[in-house]
Write a protein that binds this ligand. Structure first.
Ligand SMILES: [Zn+2]
Length: 377
């Protein structure tokens, strides 16, 4: 990770560059601020920068051997402490999960903690930094640096540390080992021991600004419209992974909208005794290419769309959120969705979901659905 890959946070990056170039590197830094604001991404970029063998004025070279190892998170002097879930094991330390952690962070250092919990605990329990980790931290700081100027210990969510580990960390921070930099990353610093906080240089991250977030999304999703990007940025409140999720959801929803419109048009033609068989075969062929999960998601989208149009038919609009194209289509479609039509269609779609969940043949389920819906136009 290099500084130029961090989204926004211009002032913080300037401050960190200044520290690296003109000041003594602090023994401990505490990055606070809401989730999705880029604390981990910045910590990784800072760690790489202060260890880069040929740093440039504004960024790491990203080419030297140190940069190479830092960017792949495999530098022997780069250590991570993060919440894990040991399940039925009697003991567990972070290094037992280091490969999962590396793969996860390399995918993107922008994530919400619940995303990591899904990987490590899958709803089975509360991820924690256990008491066993205290010994690990002591062991890691007592060995000599292999090659880096600064040994880096990144502690993600230190507020999840067992009290024994927190006390041990406090001891370490009281007598900091040489050439070692701790970077603590916490969205809830109020849960930390105040004695730990007071030994850290605290850097508070604001949420990512709208302009930087928009620019990032435009680059990552060149196909997305300005309106969709704008909407994701506003709804995310400056949380990067949330903005990505909203935009991706929107993209897949748009794709479902197109398939929904095609489906009701085909059903209408069948009802008028003018079935477009070739079109139907092509449509079914495409829909069954979706993953099983997407097929279900598409049907749930259809349910929502039918419900919305039934409500528009009743003139209840206040609880409906639709995109511009959905609104335009609904203007013409909703007059055909009184209760007597919407209800049976709703039931047919629900049944299709039921059959898919029980491994019904998707080709038959979707073909059947078009014909069932055609009975109600
Ligand atoms: Zn370098």
């Amino acid at each position: 990770m290099i500084f130029s890959e961090v989204i926004g946070q211009k002032h913080i990056l300037e401050r960190l560059r200044y520290i690296a170039q003109h000041e003594k590197i602090p023994h401990a830094l505490l990055f606070t601020g809401s989730e999705g604001s880029g604390k981990l991404a910045t910590a990784l970029a800072f760690a790489q920068y202060i260890n880069c063998l040929q740093p440039k004025e504004h960024d790491s070279c990203n080419q030297c051997s140190s940069c190479h190892k830092f960017s792949h998170l495999i530098h022997p002097d780069l250590h991570f402490v993060f919440p894990i879930y040991k399940g039925s094991r009697t003991s567990a330390v972070c290094d037992d999960f280091i490969q999962e952690w590396r793969d996860f962070v390399l995918l993107s250092p922008y994530f919400n903690s619940s995303d990591w919990y899904d990987v490590v605990a899958e709803d089975k329990g509360q991820p924690t930094i256990y008491a066993d980790e205290a010994h690990e931290i002591i062991r890691k700081i007592s060995i000599k640096n292999y090659e880096a100027k600064y040994k880096i210990i990144i502690i993600y969510q230190p507020e999840r540390m067992h009290i024994a580990t927190a006390n041990k960390l406090l001891k370490v921070l009281e007598e900091p080992p040489p050439s070692t930099v701790f970077i603590l990353i916490s969205a809830q610093p109020e849960l930390l021991l105040s004695t730990i906080v007071s030994r850290c240089q605290v850097i508070k991250f604001p949420t990512v600004d709208d302009v930087s977030l928009s620019e990032f999304l435009e680059k990552k999703y060149p196909q997305a419209s300005t309106q969709d990007i704008h909407q994701s940025v506003i709804l995310s409140g400056g949380n990067v992974p949330q903005a990505i999720r909203l935009l991706e959801k929107h993209e897949s929803t748009r794709h479902y909208f197109t398939y929904f419109v095609q489906m009701v048009r085909m059903a209408y033609e069948i009802n008028r005794k003018k079935p477009k068989t070739e079109e139907q075969i092509k449509w079914v062929q495409e829909v069954i290419q979706f993953s099983k999960e997407e097929q279900k998601e598409f049907l749930i989208y259809c349910l929502r769309f039918i419900r919305d149009n039934f409500l528009i038919n009743l003139n209840v609009r206040s609880i409906i959120f639709q995109s511009k194209e959905e609104q335009e289509f609904s203007q013409k479609f909703s007059p055909f969705m009184p209760f007597s039509t919407a209800y049976p269609i709703f039931q047919h779609i629900s049944k299709a979901i039921y059959h898919l969940e029980r491994n019904g043949n998707p080709r038959i389920v979707f073909t059947d659905l078009i014909y069932k819906i055609s009975l109600h136009f």
